[in-house]
Design a protein around this ligand. Structure first.
Ligand code: PRP
Length: 179
């Protein structure tokens, strides 16, 4: 499996220490509050569960699923809601947790959707950010790592559903997705 990777971009140790820092920052910013985390399936599951375990404040968690990519490496630009929240978010401090922002289409759609439901606030926390690829004006409030425009997998990120379970972020060899 590791033969399919160009290199490890972010080691497990670096990931975990950055996730801890983000958790500390969020715990400080939301002191006295009870933020409502929205984990976007499936990519951000690993990040969300680590992040929440490092928090020092109470919180709640729910899941949503959207789809913007077909099978492959390019975003189609079209966002489809596959699974909505099961509970209202009125009066809640919402933090959307994503694994990666690429074009920004997914989060811009999600943020707009959730803001219509009268939450107290909506913020975005992403593990990875690829600003070079942005197609819409969107920025995250909490960013783990800004990364170059390479196809990355691991720690929740997939290529055709493979590699999500790898504990680090790796760059996929071009020949794997261009064959
Ligand atoms: C990925 C990722 C983000 C989105 C980012 O999800 O998890 O949701 O694409 O791309 P964008 O900024 O161009 O919209 P994907 O649709 O691959 O689903 P997954 O999380 O289940 O792998």
């Amino acid at each position: 499996m590791y033969n399919n990777f160009e290199k490890v971009l972010i080691s497990e140790e670096k990931l975990q220490s950055r996730v801890k820092e983000l958790a500390k920052q969020i715990s400080d910013d939301y002191a006295g509050k009870n933020p409502f985390f929205v984990c976007i399936l499936k990519g951000s599951v690993f990040f969300t569960t680590d992040l929440l375990r490092y928090l020092s404040i109470p919180c709640q968690m729910e899941f949503m699923a959207v789809s913007s990519y077909g099978a492959g490496t390019k975003s189609s630009g079209e966002v489809k809601l596959i699974k909505d929240l099961n509970v209202p978010i009125e009066g809640k401090d919402v933090i959307i947790v994503e694994d990666i922002i690429d074009s920004g289409n997914t989060l811009s759609y999600l943020k707009r959707l959730l803001e219509q439901r009268n939450p107290t606030s909506v913020k975005i926390c992403t593990l990875l950010d690829k600003p070079e690829r942005r197609k819409v004006d969107l920025s995250a409030d909490y960013v783990g790592f800004v990364i170059p425009d390479e196809f990355v997998v691991g720690y929740g990120l997939d290529y055709n559903e493979d590699y999500r379970q790898i504990p680090e972020i790796c760059i996929l060899k071009r020949e794997v997705y261009e064959k």
